[in-house]
Design a protein around this ligand. Structure first.
Ligand code: ATP
Length: 582
């Protein structure tokens, strides 16, 4: 299959903001793709070379890309840089220069060759790797047409930004291979237990939908996490859960999914990055505690070993370094509170109800000084729930996660639902919880903030339309260090236009690719004529906005933009708030 087909798709996707057109373009391409290539086409279309959990990245700088261009075009790097400044984008600059120079491709690029070479680039590490990567990429450029050059340059520098998310790909796969969008649910379940969209696509294309139904949990492939809904009134929580709930401490730490097979361990973060190397100490503790072949979930916190008391979340952040040393292990001792088990000795437990999973945990976990089960109490009245909540706060937790005890209380991989309800109380505001919002734009600062942003435009995520919809402009809560830090973080992701997946009425001074999630608090949600979250859902021509928004200081690096608070959650929070007020 010729790579130019993919480049043409990218062009169509780039030129449209209509999700229907995007999906159709993908459907057309998937239908044309040979089944053995579909996984590669999926990875390349989402700007990756392999699923995120493998951690495989190109690690190829813009400087190297310019060097490669300079070799092929035989012009100076300085001249190329000049062109990049003029066009504002490396891909566009490369395309323009290829056209101007009338470069004749030295062959035809195929998807196979592009994928193989890009993968080799990603896998090349260590001494001399920069040179080898450069050579490999230069060879690709020699065979490329101007349009292909544009997208190869964007791909290798990880700036493809086509505006398609997992949901759009799943819709397109469902339509292309089963003729119906409705079968997406089956595809989604397979994705939720494998976290590998390319793999699911390949099984679908080669073996059909029944084979997708048979995709099984495997050690080493993360399961997408089950998520909780939120409610602010204990009596409603109990009612929603059928009068009785398993209330567990909500530890304020880092969620870790642990996979074990014998001495092999894989640790995955909430956003499913492989973080095995970050916690050698935790692995040693787990060796003593958990079964030889299992997948469990725990919340890791830093403790004071002499008292067992939980230390603040900030201490755990000090463990988020590239290389964990003995110093970190000594200074920030880790403990794990296990709260779920999804797999044991070859058996998938995700479809078993929570009380059964909890029982299996209790029977199979050895409690030690550093590994324990989450503190839990079965509650069936408001008083007990309230007092357990206060006990949790006292013990350094954020509140409770109240879990359904009903027959249908399965582990809902990749879903946020009311089988788990979190109860965190923010006494100062009507809001039942903080929001995790994505930075999509910024407005210039004035006075002391000249040169930095004055406020950031923040958005929630809507999985239905695969879009980011604005909720507030936040300009308070930032400390001195935050301005520089945010500037550095965001610089790389600046766009000269609104990102295709951002739905905004406000016109920001600077637009960003949605990637950074920040925790935002505020006074209350109100109807808004300028914010697009919940547009027309509560009132015609109105959305929902957050009043007096403030950055809490917490960067949610553990969340992908698609893990931000969803539009539906905000609508529910608004409805709850009205109920509380009245
Ligand atoms: P938050 O932003 O409130 O931390 P979240 O968006 O990361 O939440 P939610 O699903 O909304 O995720 O809340 C559940 C989170 O609470 C889990 O991701 C997990 O990290 C944490 N947690 C702590 N203790 C427990 C527990 N006992 N059971 C389930 N989750 C727990």
């Amino acid at each position: 299959m010729e790579y130019t087909k993919l480049a043409q798709l990218y062009q169509i996707l780039e030129e449209t903001t209509s999700r229907i057109k995007m999906t159709q373009a993908l459907v057309d391409l998937f239908k044309e793709t040979p089944p053995e290539l579909i996984d590669k086409v999926v990875y390349l279309s989402i700007g990756r070379i392999a699923p995120e959990y493998t951690g495989l990245d190109y690690n190829f700088s813009e400087k190297s890309a310019i060097k490669a261009l300079s070799t092929v075009l035989n012009i100076s790097e300085h001249d190329i840089q000049h062109q990049v400044l003029q066009t504002g984008d490396l891909g566009d600059a490369g395309k323009k220069l290829y056209e101007e120079k009338g470069v004749k491709p030295e062959g035809i690029l195929t998807v196979e060759e592009v994928y193989r070479t890009l993968r080799e680039i990603a896998q090349t590490t260590g001494y001399g790797s920069t040179k080898k990567k450069l050579q490999l990429f230069t060879e690709l450029l020699k065979k490329a047409s101007p349009l292909e050059v544009k997208y190869l340059l964007r791909t290798i520098t990880e700036r493809l930004r086509l505006g398609i998310g997992d949901n759009t790909i799943m819709d397109a796969l469902s339509i292309a291979f089963t003729g119906k969008k409705e079968n997406r649910e089956i595809i989604e379940r397979a994705y939720n237990i494998s976290s590998d969209l390319g793999y699911v696509a390949r099984i679908l294309a080669e073996k059909g939908l029944d084979a997708v139904k048979n995709i099984k949990i495997e050690i080493g492939r993360p399961i997408r996490p089950m998520l909780a809904e939120r409610m602010a009134i204990p009596s409603y929580i109990l009612k929603k859960l059928g009068g009785k709930a398993g209330a567990e401490y909500k530890y304020d730490g880092e969620r870790i999914q642990v996979h074990r097979k014998g001495d092999t361990f894989y640790l995955f973060s909430r956003r499913l990055e492989n973080i095995t190397d970050q916690f050698p100490d935790l692995i040693e503790f787990l060796k003593e505690s958990i079964p030889e072949e299992c997948i469990i979930e725990l919340e890791a916190v830093v403790i004071d070993p002499s008292s067992g008391a939980i230390r603040p979340f900030q201490d755990l952040m000090n463990r988020r370094v590239k290389y964990v040393t003995r110093f970190h292990i000594m200074m920030y001792p880790i403990a794990g509170f296990i709260f779920d088990i999804m797999y044991l000795n070859g058996e998938d437990l995700t479809l078993k109800p929570y009380p059964e999973r909890r029982k299996i945990l209790e029977e199979n976990i050895k409690i030690t000084e550093r590994i324990n089960l989450s503190e839990r109490k079965i509650v069936d009245n408001v008083e007990d729930l309230e007092s357990f909540f206060h006990q949790a706060i006292e013990d350094g937790c954020e509140g409770l996660v109240c879990k359904s005890l009903q027959k249908d209380s399965i582990y809902q991989a990749g879903k946020r639902g009311f089988l788990w309800i979190k109860y965190k109380r923010d006494y100062k505001s009507h809001l039942a919880d903080t929001l995790d919002l994505v930075v999509v734009g910024a407005f210039y600062g004035k006075g002391a903030r000249t040169g930095y942003f004055g406020s950031l435009l923040m958005a929630c995520y809507d999985p239905e339309t695969d879009q980011f919809k604005t909720v507030c402009k936040v300009g308070t809560g930032f400390k001195e260090d935050d301005f520089k830090k945010l500037d550095d973080l965001l610089k790389e992701h600046t766009l000269d236009h609104k990102h295709p997946r951002v739905n905004s009425i406000l016109s920001a001074d600077i637009w960003y690719e949605p990637f950074l999630v920040l925790e935002i608090t505020g006074a209350e949600l109100t109807l808004s004529p300028v914010h697009t979250c919940g547009w027309d859902r509560i009132k015609i021509n109105r959305g929902l906005g957050l009043r007096f928004p403030r950055f809490t200081g917490r960067y949610r690096f553990d969340k992908r933009p698609e893990d931000a608070t969803t539009e539906e959650e905000i609508i529910n929070m608004y409805k709850n708030q009205i109920q509380i007020k009245s």
